[in-house]
Design a binder for this molecule. Sequence first.
Ligand SMILES: O=C(O)CCC(=O)C(=O)O
Ligand SMILES: [Fe+2]
Length: 365
Amino acid sequence: MPSLTVPQVPHYASAPVTKENLQYADLAVIDLAKAHDVEGRAQLALEVAEASKTQGFFYVVNHGYTAAQTERMFDIADVPFSCVEADDKIAYTASIKETGSFEGYKPRQYWHVDNGVHDQVENYSIHRDVTKREHPKALRPLLPEIDAFAQHTHFNVLHPILRLLALGLELPEEEFVKLHGFSAKGAAYVRFMKYYPRSVDDELKTNNVWLKGHTDMGTITVLYSQPVSALQILGKDGKWRWIKHIENALVINTGDTLEFLSGGYYKATIHRVVQPPADQQNHTRLGLFYFGMTDDAVKLVPFSSSPLLQRVGITRRFEDKDAPTMEEWGKARTSAYGTTVLKAAEDGSKFEEEVIAGVVVKHFN
Ligand SMILES: O=C(O)CCC(=O)C(=O)O
Ligand SMILES: [Fe+2]
């Protein structure tokens, strides 16, 4: 009989919410409880489409996990960092450059941020099929819970949002869901991410940037909201605004793949991570994510069957015949990220860029 008790793990105590009055982005809050019937979905589709077209970021509430379930997942998320010895971390390090996959550990200092300064972020990434690779011993008893978390996020968050995004393009509801099979060959994965406070010198040399401005490569990223303020999005007015923590909410952001599939209608928004406000600066910052991507074989061409896209027009970043597959795009971006030499943008803006699979990818400092 399966055990009714779950393995004990240390509690991860996050910093309290900041008392500073930061300039927060004003984002839509999508109530997923309304997605259970057709009328609710029609209304939410308008809200999600508007948010994805303009800001590319929105909150989701009522996603089906209680605050206690979310808290338990944050405790689990800290296990690969706090309960695994350094030797084991090395043994389970991801071969990012060679394989184009983050599965395993990304050690601190792997990514170049700016002026010779490297990151202070440790990641542990797990494919949604948690049995795909072996994991450090401390994580093994927790795999059933991590599997349940991956399935919850895939079926109760990713799929419902994909339905709304398809409706927003006047496509059949399942059109994007069909491309995101849980059991299909594809790279969608769970990531635990722990940021550590940095030296004054590193802060100075990077202008307090911890993770450079970028777009995510997949369709949508699901970020479980946590209290340490550091994430910012770049507005159309060129200003960075903070993402506010909402207890037990999700922060959703749309990535490159959704921009490609929607012919530029939905936007992949540039975001970055900076030093937290003074009252949170001596704390670590623990992240819990699900990176949504289509199945590997999907060719990233716009859905020209969309009546809406037929009316508003399609912006192509490449000819359909040259479009990368999800696998090509995901692997090329993953292996290049944070390690390639970026050059100044050709348009003379503050962006830096690199060319991946024939497509210009912008970064921002
Ligand atoms: O830590 C965060 O809040 C965001 C991290 C992020 O943007 C990423 O890993 O792509
Ligand atoms: Fe990101």
